[in-house]
Design a protein around this ligand. Structure first.
Ligand code: NAG
Ligand code: NAG
Ligand code: NAG
Ligand code: NAG
Ligand code: NAG
Ligand code: NAG
Length: 319
């Protein structure tokens, strides 16, 4: 970097010059974000934030994989944060920057929701990124933030590492039950041949605990079979009462982002007339009603679960 004062007659010119060549971030994140967070991401779900950078990310573009990418805050407008690679990537000797946009919504100092706002890029394997030559200057967040209004269920959750137990919420009423469940994948394969396993939402607050006696696959992407309710939204935009989107957090001490994940999104519906509770689950995030509801799951990696309560918590007696 040039010595200040040599090339310029004014401090302002020097500051701009330094700003664009040193790659210093143009904005900062909310101060609560500084630290290590666990995210609803299919890969690399553990991210470290500094005041203006977040890492690591991997992006695959046109068959090349770019790893250990560091992104910096480039534009902040309201809840929207445009992120840009701190160091450009090279594609056939040309420098490119990768951009993406998240809308951040603070729940507490240890819990944020984030919404992926950038459209999917098929050349980047469907990742929600935009890849532009470094000669293109991005000065308006609307160039990268494609979606600015979100629907129920579009949320993703991040929590600060080590705070899951204290950040858990009371699960929706429909999950305050204990009984047996069976589990089926999107192609109809039954994973509980020969019976049902136990699922308990009553014994511990904000917690569902399964045992795997009869079911051969992991519920809530958890090896130990236990998950906390971390966040919930109702499904009212779809006119379906007694239905909620719930983000569950797996209490395993680590995850492999293949069979196990930190977060699982659940759509749950409890039949008001009897003991049937229906859930569909997908690692990390849910899909809109074209692809998923409490009784229907079309996506690979997702399951539907039939849970029959033997006892249920009721706060409004039927009289
Ligand atoms: C950003 O772009 C939008 C639409 O493309 C435009 O309405 C808005 O005025 C722009 N904002 C700035 C600060 O240039
Ligand atoms: C697991 O669930 C089954 C089915 O409800 C039950 O028979 C069994 O006792 C449970 N095992 C444990 C260890 O809780
Ligand atoms: C959805 O809710 C609206 C407004 O309450 C109502 O007019 C409509 O009939 C409902 N549709 C269904 C399918 O229940
Ligand atoms: C509850 O009622 C639904 C129909 O409304 C039925 O499909 C389901 O089998 C019933 N569940 C139980 C446990 O009786
Ligand atoms: C669900 O998402 C798909 C693709 O993003 C879209 O085409 C479809 O209209 C959406 N359906 C609903 C009910 O929002
Ligand atoms: C769930 O989706 C399936 C398939 O689209 C549909 O048949 C069913 O009616 C939906 N259920 C609810 C409660 O919307």
């Amino acid at each position: 970097m040039s010595t200040i004062g040599v090339f310029s007659t004014t401090g302002t010119t020097i500051l701009l010059f330094c700003f664009f060549t040193s790659g210093e971030a143009a904005c900062t994140f909310p101060s609560d974000l500084t630290g290590t967070w666990l995210l609803s991401e299919p890969s690399l779900p553990t991210k470290t934030f500094t005041s203006s950078q977040v890492s690591p990310f991997t992006v695959t573009y046109a068959s090349s994989t770019y790893s250990n990418l560091v992104f910096e805050c480039h534009i902040n407008s309201g809840n929207f944060y445009v992120m840009k690679t701190a160091t450009p990537i090279q594609i056939l000797t040309v420098d490119f920057d990768i951009f993406f946009c998240w809308s951040l919504s603070r729940q507490s100092s240890n819990k944020f929701l984030y919404y992926a706002s950038t459209d999917e890029d098929s050349a980047a394997g469907g990742d929600r990124v935009e890849i532009l030559p470094t000669t293109t200057s991005v000065t308006n967040y609307t160039a990268i933030c494609d979606t600015t209004t979100f629907s129920n269920g579009d949320f993703r959750v991040m929590i600060k590492q080590g705070t899951a137990s204290s950040e858990r919420i009371t699960c929706p009423d429909s999950m305050l039950a204990t009984g047996t469940y069976t589990m089926t994948d999107s192609s109809g394969t039954d994973y509980c041949t020969g019976g049902a396993s136990n699922l308990d939402g009553c014994s511990a607050s904000g917690t569902l605990t399964a045992n795997y006696t009869a079911c051969s696959t992991k519920i809530f992407s958890s090896a130990g079979g236990q998950a906390y309710c971390m966040y919930q939204e109702d499904f009212s935009s779809t006119n379906s009462s007694n239905t909620h989107y719930v983000s569950m957090f797996n209490t395993d001490s680590s995850v492999d982002s293949s069979a196990t994940h930190f977060f699982t999104c659940v759509v749950v519906y409890s039949d008001p007339n009897n003991a049937s509770i229906y859930m569909s689950t997908h690692p990390n995030y849910c899909f809109n009603t074209s692809y998923q509801n409490a009784t229907y799951m079309s996506q690979t990696g997702g399951y539907t679960i039939d849970w029959t309560a033997s006892s249920e918590y009721t706060d409004t007696p039927n009289v």
